[in-house]
Every structure is written in structure tokens, then in C-alpha cells.
Ligand binder design. Structure first.
Ligand code: GLY
Length: 349
């Protein structure tokens, strides 16, 4: 078992290890004031782990109810959020009570946003069950729902009271979701740690899963502690995301999954930066080989003009400039502010 303490506006532990769920209440009891809580989960995850968690909480004296919603990104919506608010109100959840998010990124983001806004803020605990949520989205307090104009456009910063990452839950994760998380894991190696990159590039990552998760979370801890509100350093976590989001948008969010689109975005940006002399070492070949070893794509059949157009409405754009994240070497990221005209040349020429 590994424990990483995140010292943000609210300090909390991220506990990572095998077999944590069955005894989850032990950790949760230490951080929650009240013994009344709502487990929020989707209809894929709750049947697998919900009752085990509920039994552990009930045995520890919690009064528990569960809000289970249909799985999938389309549920990260105001409709489901309103249902959740209604559920919390019907259960007389007060300011001293809490929410426990059990699931992947959709569950964590939406539960966190509900916790940030219901009664102007109640406590919540993250129990991430996907690789992507364990290494990235459950840590750092970014919460959101989607609106028709775009993903994650309505959100809040709200740090959890605890993150409990039981690595056993990854054994039931379908391969495609595992690969999705690996896209973000490669990103952590690229932006911060050549050692982590080499661990992933070496293949057989399932034999080093806990080590990899701990390394990713520790990087995220350092980034979030330095820049909790995403005004500077935290932007490096968007490496691969500007083009990745453009790919997802071009494919109407029905093509490559998020982590795979990020994989392609990292490669295309690195290759373009090499071509334009922004990067002087050849790192794109190492990145490509690492992606291939881990079953991740490095190209998408989308014209460069379309990618450019679909990437400039990104949240990272500031008036006529755009912040582009570029790794000039493996293990280090730079935030490069480019006028849109130069960015266009970088992507399309
Ligand atoms: N997932 C990016 C961030 O937390 O900032």
C-alpha cells in the first residue's frame, strides 16, 4: 500500500494498493465528519463493487444510499446532475454529510461537481476504478459536467477528502479502457519523468502497474501543489490534449477514446515541433515506439486543416494566442505561447 499526501487548499491522502475496497470504511471514517453518505456510481461499476463498499461502510456505522446512473460520457450532463441533486435533497443530505464517487472519470467529475455545488459544497471521497481515473482525474480537484457546447465547460475546483485507488478494480477493466488510461500514463512520462517513460516503453506494464500509478500520482501531486488553479504549471498536464480534443471533436466523440486521442495528439505535436525546429533532438521515434508497445495509436486520418480549426476553440486559447505544450526532451514539458497564425503553420505546414 502506498500513501501520497496532496497539500492543496485542502490536504488529503491518495491511497493506492490492492484489496483496499473491502476495508474502505476504515480510511473513509477517518476523514468524514458525518456517518451519512451517498455512493454515486454507474450501472457498470456499482454491480461489481458497490455492495462490497456499502457493506464495509454499513458495518462501520454509516447510513448509506446509492445513486446509480447509466454508464457513459453522455451521463455527464445537467439532466443526470439534476437527478443527483434531487436524490441528495430527498435523502436530506446536509452540509456535514458526503458523497462517495465510485467509478471512472465520468463518475468522479460529476460527483465532484455535485459536491462542489450542492448546499454550496459538501465533502466527497474519490474511489477511482479505471486506470485513467486512478492516475489522473481523481486527483487534483477538477470537477465538471458537459454542456452541448463542449466537454467539461461547466465545472469547479473542489478537492476530495480522500482518494482510495484499489488496483484490483483494474482487473475487471476492459482492455480498451486500460489502453485509454495508458495514453495519459505516457503523457506523465513525457512531461515529467524519463524514468517513468522508460518503464512504460519497456512493455509488460501490467507487471509494474502499482509502481506506475504511484509515479503518475506523485507527479500530479507536485503539479497540483504548485498550481492548483491551473494558471501556469498545471497546463503541462494538457500535453497532447489540444490536438487530442480536436480529434475527439472531429470524430463527434464516437471515434478514438480520450486517452487514445491524446496519444495521437502527443505524437503529432512532437513531430510538428521537430519539423519546425522547436525540438532539436529526435524524440518522436521514441514516443511512437512507446505508443505502439502499449497498443496506442499515433495517427488519425484527419486533414491538418480540420485539426487546426477544431483545436483553436480549445480552453487553452487566450484571445489571439494559444498555449501549446511541447516536450523538447523526454521528461520535460514547456508551455509555448504562439500567435494563432504561427500555431496554424505548425499544425498545417
Ligand atoms: N487532467 C488535467 C488536470 O487535472 O489538470
Amino acid at each position: 500500500m502506498n500513501k501520497i499526501t496532496v497539500k492543496a487548499s485542502q490536504s488529503y491522502d491518495v491511497i493506492i494498493g490492492s484489496g483496499l475496497l473491502a476495508g474502505g470504511a476504515e480510511y473513509i471514517s477517518d476523514v468524514l465528519k458525518s456517518r451519512r453518505t451517498v455512493i454515486v456510481s454507474d450501472d457498470n461499476v456499482y454491480p461489481l463493487y458497490g455492495e462490497k463498499l456499502k457493506a464495509s461502510l454499513t458495518a462501520a456505522g454509516f447510513e448509506v444510499s446509492e445513486f446509480v446512473f447509466p454508464h457513459g460520457e453522455q451521463s455527464k450532463s445537467h439532466e443526470i446532475l439534476l437527478d443527483l441533486y434531487g436524490f441528495l435533497a430527498a435523502r436530506n443530505i446536509t452540509r456535514s454529510d458526503s458523497i462517495i464517487a465510485l467509478g471512472g472519470g465520468v463518475t468522479g467529475d460529476m460527483s465532484g461537481f455535485a459536491a462542489a455545488t450542492y448546499l454550496r459544497g459538501i465533502d466527497y471521497v474519490q474511489i477511482p476504478t479505471s486506470l485513467l481515473a486512478q492516475i489522473d482525474s481523481s486527483v487534483g480537484g477538477k470537477t465538471a459536467v458537459d454542456i452541448p457546447a463542449g466537454k467539461n465547460l461547466v465545472g469547479a475546483f473542489k478537492q476530495p477528502k480522500l482518494v482510495l485507488a484499489d488496483t484490483d478494480t483494474l482487473s475487471t477493466l476492459p482492455e480498451a479502457f486500460f489502453d485509454d488510461g495508458m495514453g495519459e500514463a505516457v503523457k506523465y512520462g513525457m512531461i515529467w519523468s524519463e524514468e517513468l517513460f522508460e518503464l512504460i516503453a519497456g512493455g509488460n506494464i501490467r507487471d509494474h502497474l502499482e509502481e506506475m500509478i504511484v509515479k503518475c500520482v506523485d507527479i500530479k501531486r507536485e503539479v497540483v501543489e504548485t498550481d492548483e488553479y491551473d494558471k501556469g504549471l498545471r497546463m503541462i498536464l494538457n500535453f497532447g490534449h489540444t490536438l487530442g480534443h480536436a480529434i475527439e471533436k472531429t470524430q463527434n466523440f464516437c471515434g478514438l477514446s480520450h486517452g487514445k486521442a491524446v496519444a495521437v495528439g502527443m505524437y503529432l505535436m512532437t513531430k510538428a515541433a521537430e519539423k519546425h525546429g522547436i525540438i532539436t533532438e529526435n524524440i518522436s521515434d521514441r514516443l511512437k515506439s512507446c505508443l505502439e508497445t502499449n497498443g496506442l495509436p499515433f495517427s488519425a486520418d484527419i486533414p491538418a486543416d480540420t485539426l487546426f480549426e477544431n483545436s483553436i476553440n480549445d480552453k487553452k486559447r487566450f484571445s489571439d494566442d494559444i498555449n501549446v505544450i511541447i516536450c523538447k526532451t523526454i521528461g520535460k514539458a514547456d508551455i509555448v505561447k504562439l500567435p494563432i497564425s504561427e500555431y496554424k503553420k505548425l499544425i498545417t505546414e
